[in-house]
Ligand binder design. Structure first.
Ligand code: NAG
Ligand code: NAG
Ligand code: NAG
Ligand code: NAG
Ligand code: CU
Length: 178
């Protein structure tokens, strides 16, 4: 499990780096919004990996974390992030979760300070960004403002939701060049 997580992060970081390199090439080689032209005649930006979700002319997106699954125990958010990334600066991640009652368990959102704490679901230095009631309605919105890795996790039950419920994922946003 630990190794699986490391692998996923390495992949995320690799996608980020690759994405920036490619974005740069695109910027210098053909910056006229022509998404079918490419710099070596092989890559179709509208379909090629990892560009399946990238429209270069698009502005920031509002992305529901987990899609229709929202933010709950037992869904693989690392997998979701790999499939739905890459994410870009100024994209908005939206966490949706019902406030707790007799039948609904509480969830929240925290930022972990580094990869080690993320891997171990160690919340000692975590910063709680959404309380258990903040995911209702339109959800809790978080704008990815800085070019840095973000480690999101649910801090409920002392790391149990993070460790056993897979309620964690990492994002390293790319930069849109335009
Ligand atoms: C790239 O893929 C899109 C979507 O499948 C397609 O419409 C377009 O014609 C392709 N462009 C090139 C240059 O192959
Ligand atoms: C876009 O790229 C294609 C393929 O290189 C080229 O044939 C076409 O003229 C370009 N269109 C524009 C608007 O630059
Ligand atoms: C979650 O998904 C990632 C990426 O697909 C995978 O490496 C990992 O093993 C999955 N975790 C679990 C607990 O299934
Ligand atoms: C608890 O919250 C859920 C989700 O909002 C709702 O469907 C359910 O009816 C609530 N249960 C009680 C006992 O209030
Ligand atoms: Cu939770």
């Amino acid at each position: 499990m630990g190794l699986g997580n490391t692998g996923a992060i390495v992949i995320l970081v690799a996608i980020s780096m690759f994405g920036i390199g490619m974005a740069n090439k695109n910027f210098s080689a053909d910056w006229n919004g022509n998404t079918s032209a490419d710099w070596n005649g092989n890559t179709n930006y509208t379909t090629g990996w990892p560009y399946g979700h990238w429209n270069p002319t698009q502005t920031s997106k509002r992305i529901i974390v987990g899609g229709s699954e929202n933010w709950h125990f037992g869904f693989n958010y690392t997998d979701w992030a790999i499939r739905n990334g890459p994410f870009f600066l100024n994209d908005k991640l939206v966490f949706k979760f019902d406030p707790p009652n007799d039948t609904t368990h509480p969830h929240s959102v925290s930022l972990l300070p580094n990869f080690w704490s993320f891997q171990n679901c160690d919340f000692r230095r975590a910063k709680r960004i959404a309380q258990v009631t903040q995911g209702q309605g339109e959800g809790f919105e978080f704008v990815i403002k800085r070019w840095q890795p973000y480690y999101f996790a649910c801090g409920e039950r002392n790391g149990f939701h993070c460790n056993n419920g897979m309620m964690k994922f990492a994002v390293w946003p790319l930069i849109r060049w335009y």
